[in-house]
Design a protein around this ligand. Sequence first.
Ligand SMILES: [Zn+2]
Length: 104
Amino acid sequence: METIVEYTDTKVPLNQYPHRIISPSQSGPCCFSETEAVGPVEHGDRWVYRYKRCRACGFTVRVVLREVGCAETRTRPWGTKRGSGVVVLVTRRDSASLRRTLDG
Ligand SMILES: [Zn+2]
């Protein structure tokens, strides 16, 4: 998965969230107690995650909170009308509730 964290020991640790974060390549003893969340919880293609960064040394990890449930956030083309140029994107949950509505 894509990450904004660059692990290096040749640059000064830097927090430029959400563009990039420069982190030392190794965590230290400080990282157990000094780690704080950086930015909001993010939803990737497969994972819900957030970055956590050590206040003391700048070591940053991406913490996966849970797997994305495919019924919850995946979108896919649905109800495409050929030639109309209109693509309606709905989640599966949306289409299920829509079907319920149509079924009465
Ligand atoms: Zn640390």
